[in-house]
Structures are given as structure tokens and as C-alpha cells.
Write a protein that binds this ligand. Structure first.
Ligand SMILES: [Zn+2]
Length: 251
């Protein structure tokens, strides 16, 4: 009888094969009455576990691993592409920001250049009543060393550009005068003033009021005498119209 049971037990793996280890355990419990079966059950369980965890899982894992590898590769590819896109976007943004900064710097420099170079007329809404180098007995040199701007007495006189006041006071034939050293190294002179509103060493900006026009000194009537010079002194005069036009003044 015990001998006959043995082949039956050997068939069991076939039935138990596709069951779980737990099912094998249950089978073992139902046969606890038979000594031979009880001793055989653990061996079956062990045999089954070898078959199940050895063969079937390996195949399953092979497929799953392949799928995982594919999925991982796809995911890594996607991540790499996203990172590359993000990097490209960052670089583009950085380049754009750099361009904008450069444009701002250029604009600021341009504004500063304009501020420094753009002059104004010394008398607003006026005109040149007597031109440069005009001959006449009125001038000691025999020719006009500057230009005259038509201006009633008491008209506001402006510094034509950025500069520093180097001289103020009585200038003989020029009456009350102001001389300014301009930012470009040239000098401008303002004569026949009724009032001087600045002092030596004072910084002035384009359009700043420096005094009032008048008829002091050697003149037949009120106006502003204006000179452009290469030095602070009389005799170094250049064409004031050309000088003002060079700095953007419509005169
Ligand atoms: Zn004059």
C-alpha cells in the first residue's frame, strides 16, 4: 500500500504545479493522516517552488525587464530631450537678456552723448542780428569777434552747453561778461549783460540761466554778444555759428 501510494504522490506535482505554495500547504494538511504524505509534502513544496520561481518567473521577468528597459530608454530619451529643450530655452533667454542689457547701455550712452553734445541757443526764440567777422568801426579789432543775438534788456541768457564758469565780471568793451569752459574744451563768452547770475568754478548745464542780457560796455543798444573761443581770452575766437551748429543748435 505504501509502495502504491508513492507513484500517486509523484503525480501530484503535475496537479500542484500551477497552484501556489499555499495550495501545496493545504494539500499537505489534508493528507496529514498519512505519514508518508506528510513527509513528502515539504519535498513537493520545495520542488514546486523551484519550478515556479525558477522557470516561469524567469520568462516573465525577461519580458518585463525588456519592457522596463524599453520604457526606461524612452523615459531617459524624453528626459534628455526635455533637458536639452530647457537648456536651449535658458541659453536663448540668457542671450536675449544680454542683448537687452547691451541695448540699454547703448541707449544710456546715446542719451548721455546727446545730453552732453546737444547745445541750446543762448537766447531763446531769437536770431542773429549781427554776424561773425562783420566789419565796422564799432569793434576795436576791425571785425566782429562774435555774433549778436537780438534781445531786449533783461532777457534770460542760457549757457549753451555743459561747462564750468572760468571768468565773470567787467570785460571792458564787452561790459559785464561771463566766460565758460565747455565740456569739449572750447570756451563760450557772453557779453553786454545787465546781470551776472553765476560765479567762477560753477558747473553749468545746457539751457541753464546764467544771467540777463543788457547794454553794458561798448554797444549801441541791448543785445547779447556771444563768442566761441579756443581759449578763455580775447583774440582766440572761432565762428560761433559753426560751433553752435556743430552741437545741434539751429542758428
Ligand atoms: Zn557783438
Amino acid at each position: 500500500m505504501a509502495f502504491m501510494c508513492a507513484p500517486g504522490k509523484h503525480r501530484r506535482p503535475g496537479r500542484v504545479k500551477r497552484t501556489t505554495a499555499q495550495a501545496a500547504g493545504i494539500a499537505a494538511l489534508t493528507t496529514t493522516g498519512v505519514i508518508g504524505t506528510v513527509s513528502a509534502a515539504p519535498a513537493l513544496a520545495a520542488e514546486n517552488s523551484v519550478e515556479q520561481t525558477g522557470l516561469t518567473p524567469v520568462i516573465t521577468m525577461s519580458d518585463s525587464v525588456a519592457e522596463q528597459i524599453d520604457a526606461q530608454a524612452a523615459a531617459q530619451q524624453a528626459v534628455a530631450e526635455r533637458k536639452a529643450a530647457e537648456e536651449a530655452a535658458r541659453e536663448k533667454a540668457a542671450e536675449q537678456a544680454k542683448k537687452e542689457r547691451a541695448a540699454k547701455v547703448r541707449a544710456a550712452r546715446e542719451a548721455e552723448r546727446k545730453r552732453l553734445n546737444t547745445f541750446v541757443a543762448p537766447i531763446s526764440d531769437s536770431y542773429v542780428s549781427t554776424g561773425y567777422k562783420t566789419g565796422g568801426s564799432l569793434w576795436s579789432s576791425g571785425a566782429h569777434t562774435g555774433i549778436d543775438f537780438h534781445a531786449a534788456s533783461g532777457t534770460v541768457v542760457h549757457a549753451v552747453g555743459t561747462g564750468t564758469v572760468v571768468s565773470t565780471g567787467w570785460g571792458g568793451a564787452y561790459g559785464n561778461e561771463i566766460v565758460i569752459r565747455m565740456a569739449d574744451g572750447m570756451y563760450t563768452q557772453y557779453g553786454h549783460l545787465s546781470s551776472i547770475g553765476v560765479s567762477v568754478g560753477q558747473k553749468v548745464t545746457p539751457g541753464q540761466q546764467i544771467g540777463l542780457s543788457g547794454a553794458t560796455g561798448n554797444t549801441t543798444g541791448p543785445h547779447l554778444h556771444f563768442e566761441a573761443r579756443t581759449t578763455a581770452d580775447y583774440g582766440s575766437d572761432v565762428d560761433p555759428v559753426a560751433y553752435l551748429r556743430k552741437h545741434g543748435v539751429d542758428v
